[in-house]
Design a protein around this ligand. Structure first.
Ligand code: HEM
Length: 520
């Protein structure tokens, strides 16, 4: 029959061509189903190894092979939500050749957060960041080196250092709103304003005085070019030949050159200071310590690996870019949601203001923000934490399975991508009562809903790779909102914007307009 169809098709019979196309499609569908089933059986057999464990249930939507892929491209979060509603707290979604196994809810999160790096690896799933951060750092470094680099980051972000960054954060926030929100009243896009302010603050606290005072425009342009080079496409094909990727590579190169100059100038200046101290019979070490800059760049310049070697200029630049990326969108988005949600609750704003009056003003009525005062702003803290619960900017955290993991009688095999989803897990009604309600008091005693089980609130991740910038982010967002609430009455305009799932880091869809009136 096929042979006669082929002969008719060769003679130009359109009906025969139609039948042939139909038959071929059917064949293709059958073969792909067969291959899929076979590979599932093979994985199942490979992982059974007498333990009696089975693979998590598979979720399939639409046409085999392509159905999940299309649904994922449309809205990955909704796909995972539908799978969770159907299959429960552990399930696998095959997307193309990759298997993503999801773990939802506090007890499933234990598998993810309690694993070591030898069991679940970050590097392969975050490899798309390598062209942005550069070679030899973070996910491009061998595990032992990566862990040492994380140690440098954690030194740069520990309490003693944060204490010194707070005055810089305050100065940036005050200057920004004086300069950009001029007059008695106006409208502003909160997301845009906070994004501008946070990159200014980051450039000061992380990259240092030279960048903030002389090179800000240049660094900010390079940052945007790097940022544009991190698209959803880049996750699957980080080196796909396109303009955004070429620009990203050029920006990375220029950033390295720029920091090499800054680092060289700093070293030269420090050497001159030490020599001058020596000439004046003073202690050169003491003179040097007094002259050193207070920023993350300086911490990286002074850090040494366990074998005594210092970081190369390229590694310093790469780590700075990595820290900048970790904090920029995430803090901007969380700061913006905090405002958009809090300002819709006048009672909350009144409470935050009264707390501000008690803590941030001294007896003489002088307004003063410092590290200790910021830590005591509990109401504001809960407002931020609740905004982060409802709208976490990182919607999937992922690892690649190196050693199979088990959960509830299921085995998650080697090479699976294991994923958890903060926005899904932090809206579970069994963990957070009325999860769709903005209710910062859920964290206050006696409710403390986040403390009933570990890994319930995972906006900053958890376990050994929990966010190192959590404190930094809270200090920065609290500083911004303390300055804003002191100086302005604010009202959100229009309905609450929906989250923008087309972005890599998910925030409110612009515009996020507020109306402000300067307080007298
Ligand atoms: C890791 C969220 C701000 C530095 C993480 C992770 C999350 C997160 C969920 C875990 C990723 C994973 O497990 O795969 C946030 C949010 C922020 C924020 C929501 C703002 C509201 C910052 C800031 C910095 C920073 C300001 C630095 C100044 C880091 C670093 C890691 C990290 C270095 C990697 C830790 C590791 O892998 O060991 N962040 N972050 N973050 N974050 Fe943040």
């Amino acid at each position: 029959h096929v042979a006669s169809l082929l002969t008719r098709a060769r003679d130009g019979d359109t009906e025969a061509i139609g039948w042939l196309v139909f038959a071929l499609s059917l064949l293709f569908w059958l073969v792909t189903r067969l291959v899929q089933s076979l590979s599932a059986v093979l994985v199942q057999l490979k992982t059974r190894d007498g333990t009696g464990l089975k693979l998590p249930p598979m979720y399939q939507e639409g046409l085999p092979l392509v159905g999940n892929l299309f649904a994922f491209a449309r809205n990955p979060l909704r796909l995972a939500e539908r799978a969770y509603a159907q299959l429960g707290d552990v399930f696998t979604i095959a997307i193309g050749p990759k298997r993503f196994t999801f773990l939802v809810g506090p007890s499933a999160h234990e598998v993810f957060f309690r694993a070591t790096d030898d069991e679940l690896d970050q590097a392969p799933v975050y490899a798309f960041s390598v062209p942005v951060f550069g070679r030899g750092v973070v996910y491009d470094a061998p595990l032992t080196v990566r862990l040492e680099q994380f140690r440098f980051v954690s030194t740069a972000l520990r309490a003693a250092r944060l204490r010194e960054y707070v005055p810089l954060m305050v100065a940036e926030a005050e200057t920004y709103f004086q300069r950009h929100w001029q007059g008695r009243s106006g409208n502003a896009d909160l997301l845009k304003s906070l994004s501008e302010l946070i990159i200014l603050t980051a450039s000061r606290c992380l990259m240092g005085r030279e960048v903030r005072e002389q090179l800000f425009e240049e660094v900010s342009t390079l940052y945007h070019q790097l940022d544009q080079g991190m698209q959803p496409l880049s996750v699957f094909a980080p080196n796909f030949p396109c303009r955004a990727h070429w620009q990203r590579n050029r920006a990375n190169h220029e950033m390295r050159q720029l920091f090499a100059r800054i680092i060289a100038n700093r070293r030269k200046r420090y050497q001159e200071i030490a020599e001058q101290a020596q000439r004046m019979l003073q202690d050169p070490q003491q003179a040097l310590e007094a002259a050193k800059e207070v920023d993350v760049l300086q911490v990286f310049m002074d850090s040494t690996y366990r074998d005594g070697t210092s970081l190369t200029d390229e590694q310093i630049t790469g780590l700075l870019i990595a820290v900048l990326f970790a904090g920029q969108h995430t803090s901007t988005i969380t700061g913006t949601w905090t405002g958009l949600l809090m300002l819709r609750n006048p009672e909350l704003v009144a409470r935050v203001r009264s707390e501000q009056k008690q803590i941030l003003y001294d007896e003489s009525g002088r307004f003063r923000i410092d590290y200790d005062a910021l830590l005591r702003l509990e109401n504001l803290h809960r407002c931020i934490k609740e905004a982060l619960r409802m709208f976490p900017p990182l919607i999937f955290l992922m690892r690649q399975v190196v050693q199979p993991r088990s959960y509830r009688g299921y085995v998650i095999p080697k090479d699976d991508i294991v994923a958890i989803s903060p926005p899904i897990s932090m809206r579970l009604a069994e963990v957070f009562a009325e999860p769709d309600r903005y209710d910062p008091d859920r964290y206050a005693a006696p409710r403390e809903e986040d403390k009933r089980a570990p890994f319930s609130h995972i906006g900053f991740g958890g376990g050994r790779h929990a966010c190192m910038g959590e404190q930094f982010a809270y200090l920065q967002i609290k500083t911004i909102w303390s300055v804003l609430l002191r100086d302005f009455d604010l009202e959100p305009l229009g309905p609450l914007p929906p989250p923008d799932y087309n972005a890599m880091v998910v925030g409110p869809k612009p515009p996020c307009l507020v109306q402000w009136r300067r307080r007298t």
